[in-house]
Design a protein around this ligand. Structure first.
Ligand code: FMN
Length: 194
């Protein structure tokens, strides 16, 4: 290869890397719909993200799905679903901050809520739903009486921060999130609006 061609190809490569760095790591492309739906989630290790994608799939894949750490502008959406993972009894600080900042306009558009948590791998009870939804996520969003559910989540030690991994080692690795449960909530939320 000629020296000039080599440098040209090299520069093209650098350009591609620069563009790739600006792109979102994961973009969910929703199916078309006459209403704009968004799902906003707060996660540490991805359980709440996957639940959000599966809730959208239960709605026919029409909701776009956003990580709160991207600080998305959701004001152009008609309907919102808000979900979060639990650590020490609360959703992530970033999700709490986002909801506090945007609550006034956002509360008019929230149609559904969800929580993922470990719950010591015990089944979800009405008391748990009350604790995480009625007494925590719903007030953060400024709503009550919207379709909601709590899902059992998962722990993947290799995704945890090193100091947290050590602390959580007694719990091992588990995965209790069920796609069918998430899809059923998506369907229920959609039915509540249509
Ligand atoms: C440091 C830490 C604290 C947690 N605290 C709670 C808790 O207070 N209550 C609970 O039910 N689950 C708790 N869990 C379990 C998480 O809610 C569960 O792993 C969830 O699936 C994490 O979701 P994410 O992958 O979206 O971050 C905790 C997990 C970790 C790693």
């Amino acid at each position: 290869m000629e020296r000039r061609t080599f440098f040209q190809l090299g520069l093209t490569g650098i350009g591609a890397v620069a563009v790739a760095n600006k792109a979102w790591a994961l973009k969910y492309y929703p199916n078309p719909s006459d209403k704009k739906w968004a799902i906003l989630y707060g996660t540490w290790c991805g359980t709440a993200r996957d639940a959000g994608v599966w809730i959208s799939e239960g709605m026919g894949g029409i909701a776009d799905v956003f990580d709160v750490r991207e600080n998305p502008d959701l004001s152009g959406f008609d309907h919102l679903v808000i979900g979060g993972a639990i650590r020490s009894g609360q959703v992530s600080p970033q999700l709490q901050e986002y909801l506090k900042t945007n609550r006034e306009w956002l509360k008019e558009k929230v149609r559904g809520l969800y929580i993922v948590c470990g719950n010591m791998q015990q089944p979800v009870t009405p008391e748990l739903v009350k604790q995480h939804i009625d007494n925590h996520l719903a007030p953060l969003c400024g709503v009550d009486n919207v379709s909601a559910n709590v899902f059992l989540g998962r722990v993947t030690p290799r995704l945890l921060e090193p100091e947290v991994r050590e602390m959580m080692s007694q719990f091992g690795e588990y995965d209790n999130l069920k796609r069918a449960d998430c899809m059923a909530l998506g369907q229920k939320i959609l039915n509540s609006v249509e």
